[in-house]
Write a protein that binds this ligand. Structure first.
Ligand SMILES: Nc1nc2c(ncn2[C@@H]2O[C@H](COP(=O)(O)OP(=O)(O)O)[C@@H](O)[C@H]2O)c(=O)[nH]1
Ligand SMILES: [Mg+2]
Length: 304
């Protein structure tokens, strides 16, 4: 399946649920007035774009309707599509920065959002690009978490560094970084736990891991990827805000878009946190992680 087919498949539920509302607005088009804008606002909110972000998009349209004289449904559809794409586009691009050898990707997020699965998919992508990946099992909370990661590591033929269940995650990270240097690895991807007793504990643990990475590899490219589950809708936005307070997040991965009609939350997370969406998860298989493309995403949701 090609890149656009994957996006299509991943956004199908959101698109299906939005299209009825959108088609009603577009097929009854006479002019852009407050009534029409209210109807569009409702469609966006229903798709979990969130009140704040939806209002900004509608405000954009109100301006464009005046400046660019939107006179028919096609122009309106295109303006809506552009407005959403502009909200999600990132100046620095959506690619990961992993040029140094090694570079480090720290993967964070609450329990069950898809961190471990995303790491497996990411490792496989890098492998296919000819890069040597080392996976670091710094979610030491449960033995099962380490085993699950090991299955992914085996599947993509990557080395993995692990300690016993319950051991200090920062120590696992330290060992993984030494191993990566010694073995000449290109990229270290670190799994982390999302189920600590409280926020302070989580904050301390992640801060300790970050300190180790900064100390051991001061000049390396580092990414902190926050994984969010799209099926949780606006809750994902709350999680994104919480994590941003704890640490410097460089990118977001929105998972499980295939399983939800709440895909509009992707726009909301980007707009409210200012953190670029770098990947989307559109299924459980190894090749179901797609680099994020704001234009393609908006076009698929809204049509053009
Ligand atoms: N449908 C779907 N399921 C996903 C996706 N990403 C992860 N999952 C599933 O979500 C569940 C939790 O994933 P896991 O990686 O263990 O989450 P973690 O606790 O954050 O490490 C697993 O059953 C995964 O197969 C996705 O993009 N689409
Ligand atoms: Mg996990």
């Amino acid at each position: 399946m090609g890149f656009f087919d994957k996006i299509k498949q991943g956004l199908k539920k959101t698109k299906d649920s939005m299209s009825q509302g959108l088609n009603e607005v577009f097929s009854n088009f006479r002019k852009v007035d407050e009534e029409l804008l209210d109807e569009l606002l409702e469609v966006l909110i229903m798709a979990d774009v969130g009140l704040e972000t939806s209002e900004k998009i509608i405000e954009d349209l109100r301006k464009k309707a005046k400046l660019e004289k939107i006179e028919n449904a096609d122009e309106l559809r295109k303006a809506l599509c552009d407005s959403i794409a502009d909200k999600m586009d990132s100046e620095d691009g959506n690619a990961l920065k992993t040029e140094t050898k090694p570079s480090v990707i720290l993967v964070v997020g609450v329990n069950g959002v898809g961190k471990t699965t995303t790491i497996g998919k990411l490792a496989s992508r890098f492998k296919n690009e000819g890069k040597e990946v080392l996976i670091c099992a710094a979610d030491t909370f449960r033995a099962a978490a380490i085993e699950q990661l090991e299955i992914w590591a085996d599947r993509c033929g990557c080395d993995m560094v692990k300690h016993k269940e319950g051991s200090d995650p920062a120590a696992v990270v330290f060992d993984a970084l030494q191993a990566a240097k010694a073995r000449g690895k290109d990229i270290v991807i670190c799994d982390t736990a999302g189920r600590l007793h409280n926020k302070t504990h989580l904050m301390d643990e992640l801060a300790k891991i970050t300190r180790i990475i900064d100390r051991e590899l001061p000049d390396a490219d580092k990414e902190v990827l926050l994984v969010l589950d799209a099926t949780t809708g606006q809750n994902a936005v709350i999680q994104a805000r919480d994590f941003k307070q704890i640490m410097g997040v460089t990118g977001v991965v929105l998972t499980k878009l295939d399983g939800t009609a709440k895909g509009g939350v992707t726009v909301s997370v980007r707009e409210i946190t200012g953190v670029p969406v770098k990947f989307i998860g559109v299924g459980e298989q190894i090749d179901d992680l797609q680099p994020f493309d704001a234009r393609a995403f908006a076009k698929e949701l809204i049509g053009e």
